[in-house]
Design a protein around this ligand. Structure first.
Ligand SMILES: *Cc1c(COP(=O)(O)O)cnc(C)c1O
Length: 344
């Protein structure tokens, strides 16, 4: 049995795992998904021969429910995560999960863990983790015949407990995250195990994360750990092209729409050689993700070169995009895009 923490101070939490009350679970067997149900949060039983344990057949999603000023949970583009999970599933020969049912499961988990939703003024959120794993036993390398789809959640504190702060990055030519033809574009569990050592080494050197490059030329920017990269280059908001090695972030897509429709700035998806970051053509840089929201980049280092952006302060466009995005996500400003769903 997992002990429930009775008193969780939702004003003083970080990004540590805290068990909540309920989770959703559905099984896939004999070629179909069962209806699935809400159950108490707890351990699951798996065969040691489960495909996910031996061959890494697992995918996940990451979402956040914020609390509106009037106290209701609010979701941000949940149908986009549902779509992306199926996109990932397809790559690992896993079964599709109905997108409407995905959103219903996420909604039910938020509702049934309502007391763990950090209040609007805490800056925190309820982090939601949908997970699909090949649970059936298998010996040869082949897809499992049985699967589990699980949704659990965990309250998390604000990403910027000390205010909107810029981070320091290091470019790596020693490690890459994904290669062409691989699984970089999908949220497979196995994409992340290999990034822990590079991240640990970067942290030991005083950097927040690694800025990964493409694995073919070691020249073009890929991603920042598990977040997408954006930069203002010649007054245009740029992000790397999606060549199958980059996770297509929902935060990134939203930021690009906000830049285009609200700030009326030019946007472009293209190959970005890292050396442009060390020139005056590049004026701001930030990374995006559900966890990282919009995180300003204060500096980028490569060997003994270091580029500091705006005296290590968040850039003007970065700040405007952050205010627009988080305002919509928390239901504080009007959502003219129809991105949010309030759970009543
Ligand atoms: C999840 C993830 C992102 C961010 O995607 P969002 O949909 O914005 O949360 C970016 N890069 C990687 C590698 C990721 O796993």
């Amino acid at each position: 049995m997992i002990e429930l923490q009775k008193e969780v101070d939702l004003y003083h939490i970080g990004f540590e795992f805290i068990p909540t009350k309920k989770m959703f679970i559905s099984r896939y067997k004999d070629g179909r998904w069962e209806a699935g149900k809400i159950v108490p949060f707890g351990s699951i039983e798996l065969s040691p021969a489960a495909c996910v344990l031996n061959y890494g057949q697992g995918i996940f999603e990451g979402m956040k429910a914020y609390c509106t000023p009037s106290g209701e949970p609010i979701l941000f583009r949940p149908e986009e995560n549902a779509k992306r999970m199926n996109y990932s599933a397809e790559r690992l020969l896993m079964p599709e999960y109905d997108e409407k049912k995905y959103v219903e499961a996420v909604t039910a988990v938020v509702k049934d863990n309502r007391e763990y939703l950090p209040p609007n003024d805490s800056g925190g959120a309820l982090y939601i983790r949908p997970l699909m794993i090949g649970s059936g036993p298998i010996l040869g390398i082949a897809p499992a015949k049985e699967y589990l789809f699980i949704v659990f959640c965990c309250p998390v504190g604000p990403y910027f407990p000390k205010g909107f702060e810029a981070i320091d990055l290091k470019i790596s030519k020693k490690y890459t995250r994904a290669s062409k033809g691989g699984t970089g574009f999908s949220k497979t569990c196995s994409n992340y195990a290999g990034t822990m050592k590079p991240a640990k080494e970067a942290k030991e050197e005083g950097f927040a994360q690694i800025l990964y490059l493409d694995s073919v030329h070691m020249k073009y920017i890929s991603e920042v750990g598990a977040a997408n990269f954006c930069a203002m280059i010649n007054d245009t908001l740029c992000t790397p092209s999606w060549d199958g090695t980059i996770l297509e972030g929902i935060t990134l897509k939203s930021v690009f729409e906000l830049a285009d429709k609200k700030l009326r700035i030019k946007t472009e998806q293209r190959d970005i050689p890292y050396d442009v970051l060390f020139t005056e053509e590049c004026t701001e840089a930030f990374c995006t993700g559900t966890a990282a929201v919009i995180t300003p980049i204060g500096s980028i280092s490569w060997q003994d070169q270091k580029r500091v952006f705006n005296d290590h302060e968040p850039g003007e466009i970065t700040r405007k995009l952050y205010e627009l995005l988080t305002g919509i996500q928390k239901g504080e400003i009007e959502d003219e895009f129809g991105w949010t769903t309030i759970i009543t």
